[in-house]
Design a protein around this ligand. Sequence first.
Ligand code: NAD
Ligand code: AHE
Ligand code: ZN
Ligand code: ZN
Length: 369
Amino acid sequence: MKSRAAVAWEAGKPLSIEEVDVQGPKAGEVLIRVVATGVCHTDAFTLSGDDPEGIFPSILGHEGGGVVEEIGEGVTSVAVGDHVIPLYTPECGQCKFCLSGKTNLCQAIRVTQGQGLMPDGTSRFSLGGKQLHHFMGTSTFSEYTVMPEIAVAKINKAAPLDKVCLLGCGITTGIGAVLHTAKVEPGSTVAVFGLGGVGLSVLQGAVLAKASRIIAVDINEDKFEMAKLLGATDCINPKNYDAPIQDVIVDLTDGGVDYSFEAIGRTETMRSALECCHKGWGESTIIGVAGAGQEITTRPFQLVTGRVWRGSAFGGVKGRSQLPGYVEQYMQGDIKVDEMVTHTMGLEDINKAFDLMHSGESIRSVVIF
Ligand code: NAD
Ligand code: AHE
Ligand code: ZN
Ligand code: ZN
């Protein structure tokens, strides 16, 4: 079938709107009509060429909401007409990782996903006979996309797909990093570096966890109003201080915060986030994605003296079993999503979503097909 899609032909170039060919679902796969998709910083990261797994030409996008249009042989857990959120972190329920009870990082299809291919090693996308690669196993910048059954979460049909698409990545990642990865306790102090869709959602998570003080850090002060609305008790711009921002936070908090989160993707701020943690017990969670070749550094003494460095992918959330519950929490008003949608546009304007992100004007743009 034909599908309108934004194709990334090469790194560093704007996306190109094309009519691509999409092959129907094979065994264990489903065809999804994508109703809406958010644009996450990771899409921009991969488009920039910084992602060691970036492959071109490809169809980016991983923050979608859609409807099942067709199911392949043997598919039993979803049916035509179901509303779903595509999962870049699937949940097979059977691999060593799924069975460990220790991680959400199902590895059942991770190798082919990283190669931009479906689990059978082929692509469902092409244009003029030339193969286009999938991205993160989701490719939600196409009106129609094909997903493995294990990589879709069936959600409440009453949920607006042009909003809950954001639960496909940024919002769930931020909240989940607090609740599932760091497991912040009531009364804790928290610092969040970066106030995009992810960092603002960390704030939401910190409020849900009943943190007592929530320090929001960003160099774009336009983000502070939303940060305060979502529960930040302090907003800090590192540019307003001569001292390193970790020293400022340590001074403000009688020795450092209990938990910090890095939601930018810069190795310097990852270090600051670790070093603003309290001696003896402070834990820092890296969420931001840094480019190929970059490495984090700190004095090992920071860890010797009790600080902990960890990381979180998709907020530690198991997509098939836990994401539908996030959608319910949104429906009940316990998770804020609508507030994050600052811009909407048609597919033809998708490059504007990238411009708005880079200029710091948007929190999340949602592309509606
Ligand atoms: P975004 O572009 O919307 O937000 C980034 C924020 O960081 C902006 O507000 C920007 O002003 C701020 N910032 C930039 N440089 C800064 C600095 N030096 N100091 C303080 N603030 C600074 O991005 P997003 O969509 O919220 O994503 C944030 C990061 O998280 C990206 O690296 C993205 O790739 C990553 N991410 C990771 C996961 C995961 O599962 N681990 C999921 C989603 C996104
Ligand atoms: N491909 C990159 C890393 C990209 C990355 O870290 N992706 C996150 C999700 S970002 C969503 O916005 C993730 O879940 N990673 C786990 C995984 O298995 O990919 C690289 O550096 O190679
Ligand atoms: Zn994302
Ligand atoms: Zn698995």
